[in-house]
Design a protein around this ligand. Structure first.
Ligand SMILES: Cc1cc2nc3c(=O)[nH]c(=O)nc-3n(C[C@H](O)[C@H](O)[C@H](O)COP(=O)(O)OP(=O)(O)OC[C@H]3O[C@@H](n4cnc5c(N)ncnc54)[C@H](O)[C@@H]3O)c2cc1C
Length: 479
């Protein structure tokens, strides 16, 4: 991003002066014995008001699992004594694990989009993208969705920018594959699947019909596995009243690993693979996409698969912004210590997918890129930021996996809560219960959609609001 002065746009927030003033004030607060979370010196007045000054400002960049949890817990810890600013490009927290249900017509997109302002009262939500950081001056340049730019000062910075689609140098993939990371991609996929079925029915060429009814998913991690498992049920519902193509939909999932869900408990892999095969999904392990084109994909086993659909779920890489910070990275993630603090920068913290958090349970490795870790790291970072102001003790990050849930659609799921492998209806109950408990809002709406899906047929209409060109696979490299 160019510096604010280089572009002829309005500066929406120039907080540098405020920042300098409030930082001096913050030092005064500390000298005066004021601490985050402590009762103010005089009853009924905040420390900031006591001194007639702005409060210390904690800026959190990214309102995903880690950033949302950090904001929520900082709000509690600070009890109004700090200004908590949450900078995010959308006005909602996205509950990503239920994204496949949006793509396959079970949930409406707003169900998994939890509004930030309404659920985090007391947090100042800024709608925009962070660009350049000046870590010495403690400022963040940011731009709102209309391109207006501003500069935001901070006393503590929490980076929780997450990750983006992983790209591989495979010819044709950036042009013809679509990723699966957000609401636009899910809406695009739902429309695209519906359109392929509709166009297949009206096609006169049997080869074209077959190609339009063939759906390829690259990557058999939890995202790809859920997309393929739930996608088969969706396309079956779409073709139920179309006798000409009812038996045509074919799903294929491939991975270079030797099993689906390669990073999870092998028992989950086994039950997920069983469900996929039972639904007619072709599972190709030890295989990758060699080339993608407008009419099909070529696989590394030499097979040419005519298709108009390639869903790219091969994994994620940290948000590219991280590499531009001039700080140490490991596997593209920002290096932090076990307290989630950036070494040499006591005022900068990072957590979630974007941070290289040492896994103290498996020394030498990093914690996985999962929502489980991100949420817990967000909570911990809140405590450690508060501790940096003298409120409580900082703690090291330590979390042992308690299990994973993979929702396969219908009455099937694979789960291993506390190491107990569950499938079928029991797995499904655990999976849905877990998601409901984990969502910070919208629970009644989600349950309502689940109940409606239980009794009604899925709506086979495409609105065409998100075109393929609007969700290019490489869009994440914008910074
Ligand atoms: C489809 C799907 C299904 C998944 N299912 C599961 C599951 O079942 N269980 C599980 O444990 N994990 C699951 N995951 C992984 C999990 O969602 C991630 O590990 C988790 O989201 C990481 O949390 P985070 O806070 O680090 O990043 P995110 O949740 O990705 O949040 C990052 C936030 O930062 C914002 N941001 C990015 N750049 C900037 C910027 N420059 N300025 C301001 N804001 C910025 C983003 O818009 C986003 O809001 C799934 C992921 C996907 C994609």
């Amino acid at each position: 991003m160019a510096a604010a002065a280089e572009v002829p746009v309005a500066v929406i927030t120039d907080d540098r002066a405020i920042h300098r003033r409030s930082f001096r004030n913050f030092a005064a607060i500390i000298c005066a014995g004021g601490r985050l979370g402590r009762r103010p010196a005089r009853p009924g007045r905040t420390v900031g008001k006591d001194l007639g000054m702005p409060r210390p400002r904690i800026v959190i960049v990214g309102a995903g699992f880690a950033g949302y949890a950090a904001a929520r817990h900082l709000l509690r810890a600070s009890r109004g004594r700090a200004e908590i600013v949450l900078l995010n490009p959308t006005d909602y927290f996205l509950y990503l694990p239920l994204l496949p249900e949006v793509a396959t017509g079970i949930l409406e997109p707003r169900r998994i989009s939890v509004p930030l302002a309404a659920t985090l009262p007391g947090v100042r939500v800024l709608l925009g993208h962070a660009g350049a950081f000046d870590l010495d001056a403690r400022t963040v340049e940011w731009a709102d969705p209309e391109g207006n730019r501003g500069v935001l000062g901070y006393h503590r910075l929490v980076l929780a920018v997450g990750s983006v689609n992983k790209l591989l140098p495979v010819p044709g993939v950036t042009e013809y594959a679509h990723g699966f990371r957000g609401i636009p991609e899910a809406l695009y996929l739902r429309d695209h699947l519906t359109r392929q079925i509709e166009l297949a029915e009206q096609a006169t060429d049997p080869a074209e019909r077959r190609a339009r009814c063939t759906f390829v998913v690259a990557g058999a991690g939890y995202t790809g596995t859920e997309v393929a498992a739930q996608g088969t049920l969706f396309t079956a519902a779409l073709t139920a009243h179309r006798p000409l193509i009812r038996d045509l939909p074919r799903w294929l999932i491939l991975d270079t690993a030797d099993r689906v869900l390669p990073t999870l408990d092998p028992r989950l892999s086994h039950s997920a693979a069983q469900v996929l095969r039972h639904r007619g999904v072709r599972v190709l392990t030890g295989t990758a996409v060699e080339q993608a084109g407008p009419d099909g994909v070529r696989l590394t086993n030499g097979e040419q698969v005519p298709t108009r659909t390639l869903v790219w779920c091969v994994g994620v890489r940290p948000e590219p912004l991280v590499s531009g910070l001039g700080l140490a990275t490991r596997d593209g993630r920002l290096v932090v210590d076990e307290f989630l603090n950036v070494p040499g920068r006591p005022d900068v913290f990072a957590c979630g997918d974007a941070a290289a958090v040492p896994d103290v349970i498996h020394p030498g490795s990093l914690t996985g890129k999962t929502a489980h870790h991100a949420v817990r790291q967000g909570r911990l970072v809140a405590g450690n930021v508060a501790a940096s102001y003298g409120h409580g003790q900082r703690r090291a990050y330590r979390h042992r996996d308690l299990g994973f849930v993979v929702d396969l659609g219908g009455w099937k799921a694979a789960a291993n809560p506390f190491g107990v492998a569950l499938g079928g209806v029991a797995g499904k109950a655990v999976s849905r219960g877990y998601h409901l408990l984990s969502m910070p809002g919208n629970r009644v709406r989600v349950v309502a959609d689940w109940m409606l899906d239980g009794v009604l047929t899925r709506q086979g209409v495409q609105l065409g609001l998100v075109r393929g060109s609007a969700v290019p696979l490489a869009a994440d490299d914008r910074n």
